[in-house]
Design a protein. Sequence first.
Length: 196
Amino acid sequence: MMQLIALKCPTCGQNLKPQSNEAVVVSCGGCKTAVSLHQSGLKAINVQYAASSSNKVEAWLPLWVFTGKVNIKRRESQGGSKGADKDAAKLWSSVQRLFVPAWQEPVQQARAIGSQFVVRQPAFKMSEPTDDMLMTEATVTPEDGLKLLDFIVLSLEADRKDWLEDLQFEIQTTGHELWAIPARRKGSSWEFLVGK
């Protein structure tokens, strides 16, 4: 049996207006509450707003940040490059947070953005949201974000200076948060306005 759910903010009662049928988290235009849209109902969720390094913000983009670790179980390459293996071990021993874009973005670009954040490991500073800060709706669930993380790890390893033949790994996460990160358009991509 299909259940109809009224799209009203659970905090203030204002109508929610998703821009896409794929939306999984939308921000209330009235009270700015982030609301998770699920078959079982609507639920207010916590969003952290990252402090901006610029006053020229065009969008507040949703980003899943997972706390966790990537364990490389096996990595084989043609010629067995020890340098690439050492680089892989060094990266994954220091990575504590894994990042997945949650806004509508082609998979290839989402993979590139996630890879960039994983390598940089930025420490976002939290900012109190103001009236002009409204997070773009999220179209990626945390569950789908974990699936995309597999592609991000594969991309980072495939980009190393060796011929990767076999890679076996597992991703262990202990939790996740949704962050809204400040950004502005730069050509056909985004420039992220957060500290280095």
